[in-house]
Design a protein around this ligand. Structure first.
Ligand code: F6P
Length: 294
């Protein structure tokens, strides 16, 4: 078979390890086409000539060596058709899409056009439907928790409260997991949370702790406004930190690599069994193939 692989959307540590394991399992039996920059690569017929040795060299690196992108064009029928023309031109039988929710929709557009697809959930947000785990999440939590622990030593010295903004788009998974890891005092993670509630909790926390920790999920409330309100109402010293891309970057954790390998193995096993058009998901702690339905 001719098999294309692409990465799309936000990257996550462990994607290179997954890619390496996919390639390792497939390249002796199949011809592999690595597309540059996700769906842009499909549209522009941009194929990388990386070999197994190169993928092996970079298997433990963060990021994704075949590059990713947020390809707005691929939401348009015109470009979806161009991509499929290229797939046909290259006689590619199947495309493996590594990405998050947006990429999943892109994968569906390929299936609609009779391209066989396998999807591997990769996003630090850990919010791909039906999967308990997405590649990148464990490393993102580990990085975020370490960042907070590090910064909070200096907050301790000054008896400062600190608000840490975690990534996750609309999903509270990182903020909640990291909250447990660092023993946070308030998790501002959803619409049931409020500035007033946060202040009430901190009023009590401040009596027991020198440097209480607030974790705020991004896209909920302005971090500067939250700081001002806490300082005003409680008359305490507050600082803010946007944790940012330190969460998405860096080398994968051991668990990340283990999971990335299992995703790759489950994907290749199903390809070899001719079981196509699946998303590889974690369900009840097991790696399984789930039919992509519309
Ligand atoms: O989807 C992963 C993610 O890191 C989100 O948590 C974040 O909101 C977004 O990507 C940032 O995307 P970009 O790097 O494209 O601005």
């Amino acid at each position: 078979m001719n098999i294309g692989i692409l990465a799309s959307g936000g990257d996550g540590a462990g994607m290179n390890y997954c890619l390496y394991n996919l390639y390792k399992k497939l390249y002796k039996k199949h011809k592999i086409f690595l597309f540059n920059r996700g769906f842009y690569g499909l549209i522009n017929n941009d194929i990388l000539n990386y070999n197994f040795k190169y993928l092996k060299k970079h298997k433990n690196d963060g990021g994704i060596i075949i590059k990713t992108s947020r390809c707005k064009e691929f939401e348009m029928k015109k470009y979806q058709d161009i991509a499929v023309e290229n797939i046909v031109k290259n006689k590619i039988d199947l495309i493996i899409v590594m990405g998050g929710n947006g990429s999943f929709n892109g994968a569906k557009e390929l299936i609609v056009r009779s391209v066989k697809v396998m999807f591997i959930p990769c996003t630090i947000d850990n919010d791909v439907n039906d999967s308990e785990y997405c590649i990148g999440f464990d490393t993102a939590c580990y990085n975020c928790a370490n960042f907070i622990k590090h910064v909070n030593t200096t907050m301790q010295s000054f008896n400062r409260t600190c608000i840490y903004e975690a990534m996750g788009r609309e999903c509270p998974a990182i903020a909640i997991t990291v909250g447990n890891m660092v023993d946070a005092d308030y998790l501002y993670v959803g619409n049931s949370c409020s500035v007033e509630n946060c202040i009430d909790v901190l009023r009590i926390a401040k009596q027991k702790k020198d440097a209480p920790i607030v974790i705020l999920r991004e896209n909920l409330v302005d971090i500067k406004y939250l700081r001002q309100e806490i300082e005003k109402k409680l008359n305490i010293d507050v600082r803010t930190c946007i944790v940012g891309y330190v969460q998405r970057g860096g080398k994968p954790t051991k668990l990340e690599k283990l999971n990335a390998k299992k995703f790759a193995e489950t994907c290749t096993k199903n390809i070899n069994q001719k079981n196509y058009n699946n998303s590889i998901v974690v369900k009840n702690n097991k790696f399984v193939a789930k039919k992509i339905i519309f």
